[in-house]
Design a protein around this ligand. Structure first.
Ligand code: OGA
Ligand code: NI
Length: 350
């Protein structure tokens, strides 16, 4: 029996019990702040590598310390590339659900798969998130595309090829700006993340939901990689935790949402935060997002960067191989994860 058929379940729309979250885990949408939001940073002053504006670096650094999240505009990625990518994932999720079914897998070692996140509740039951997520690498694009229905292969291949190239250079540029903001050499973070970085994409689909108060699109989490670039469709749904409160991330045309993930928190020795975020549903229209994750490969050793450690700032984390971190991450599937916490060093009070 297939355990995952959201598209079928939701047509006609019905919120069956397996999507209904226990009361304490529901989104409480009336308490979400829509006035505050994450910083919006204009990158148009620093397209030329030699003219990285100090003001932009300062804004990014402040956003990284205070929010762990920001939006960027005038980032240099052609609008066309973004539109094509959004269209390709839209067409993928608009396929009849039977045509995606063979991609669905609960095996996290599968490089290309469709997955459905869930929350484990007290009695071990799984409550499903109101979303479908398509996870695949940025590279070896033909391997991904060969698993797709014939009619969307060419479109997906073309869109992803261009998009991955653009996001690859954007990520490198951002890592440079973030490194400088930390007082490091421009290439420091990129070097620390090592050869053959882990580059994975996750296309997220949130169908309209009859009662957004009862379920979640994605439960609260931090990203486990180093840096994430999110392209979102026109309806908002992403929310970021700021000082214990949820704030909504508005859709801005031609912007990317950037968030720091766990590895940068560790590398920066806790100075920059990998912040909790979640996706809520709406009852108006489908929402889509494309998250591009950039991180170390499994063999890379990660730990606080030497230059950021001194007597006043003793290391907060031990060094580990990224494979260890991933193992811990997958062991905590379905629960509110505390992954980086497992690598914290004990405080010394002397
Ligand atoms: C993610 C994520 C948010 C969104 O894929 O990790 O947080 O807006 N996505 O879909
Ligand atoms: Ni995320």
């Amino acid at each position: 029996m297939k355990s995952f058929e959201l598209a079928k379940e939701s047509s006609p729309l019905s919120l069956t019990p397996k999507f209904i979250f226990p009361e304490s885990k529901r989104p409480n949408l009336s308490e979400v702040k829509s006035l505050d939001s994450i910083p919006i940073i204009d990158l148009s002053y620093c397209h030329d590598k030699n003219h990285s504006s100090l003001e932009v670096i300062h804004k990014i650094s402040k956003a990284c310390e205070e929010f762990g999240f920001f939006q960027i505009v005038n980032h240099g990625v052609p609008q066309q590339a973004c539109h094509k990518m959004m269209k390709a994932i839209t067409d993928f999720f608009e396929l009849p659900s039977e045509e995606r079914e063979s991609l669905y897998s609960t095996d996290h070692t599968k490089s290309v798969r469709l997955l459905n996140y869930y929350l484990k509740v007290e009695d071990g039951e799984k409550v499903k998130c109101w979303s479908e997520c398509f996870s695949h690498p940025w590279y070896l694009i033909d391997d991904t595309v060969s698993l797709l229905p014939e009619k969307i292969r060419t479109q997906y291949r073309e869109a992803l090829t261009e998009y991955a190239k653009e996001i690859g250079s954007l990520v490198r540029r951002l890592l440079g700006l973030i490194s400088i903001g930390l007082g490091l050499e421009e290439d420091c973070l990129l070097k620390k993340l090592g050869e053959q970085p882990r580059q994975r994409a996750q296309a997220n689909f949130y169908p309209p939901c009859p009662d957004p108060e009862l379920t979640m699109g994605l439960t609260e989490h931090t990203d486990f990689n180093a840096l994430t670039v999110v392209l979102q469709s026109e309806i908002s749904g992403l929310q970021v935790n700021k000082d214990g409160k949820w704030i909504s991330v508005p859709f801005i045309p031609n912007a990317f949402v950037i968030n720091l993930a766990d590895q940068i928190q560790v590398l920066s020795n806790g100075r920059y935060k990998s912040v909790l975020h979640r996706a809520v549903t709406n009852n108006v229209s489908p929402r889509l997002s494309m998250a591009m994750f950039f991180g170390p490969n499994v063999d890379t050793t990660i730990g606080p960067i030497q230059e950021l450690i001194d007597e006043e700032h003793p290391p907060k984390y031990r060094n580990y191989r990224f494979s260890e971190f991933l193992e811990e991450f997958f062991n905590q599937e379905g629960s509110k994860r505390m992954v980086k916490e497992a690598f914290e060093l004990p405080h010394e009070n002397s």
